[in-house]
Design a protein around this ligand. Sequence first.
Ligand SMILES: [Zn+2]
Length: 115
Amino acid sequence: MTQRTDAARARLLARLAEVEARLEAQRRAVEGIVESARDANVDDEHDPEGATLAWERQQAAALATGAQAERRELLAALDRVAAGTYGVCEVCGRPIADARLEVRPAATRCVEHAG
Ligand SMILES: [Zn+2]
C-alpha cells in the first residue's frame, strides 16, 4: 500500500460513513412519515393530507435510492483500492487527477472521459 492509496482509502471510508449516516437518517424519516400517516388515520387517497404524505414518502425514497447508489460506487472504489486499480481511468488507463478524486473519490474516469 502506497501513501496515495492509503489516503484514497481513508477518503472513501469517510465518504461511506457520511452516506451511511444519511441513509440511516432517511430510513428514520420514512418511518416517521409512516408513523404520522398511521396517527392521522389517512385511508382516503383523495384526502389532501394523504397525497402530501405519499409525496413525502416518494421524496424520501428517491433520496435513499441516490444514497444507495453512491454507497455502491464507494464500495466498488474500495474494491479497486484493494485490487490496486483505483484512480485509473477505465477508458484511457491513465491516472485520474488527485484534485478530481478529492471531489469525486468514486470516479472511474478522468476528466477528459467523464460524462
Ligand atoms: Zn481517461
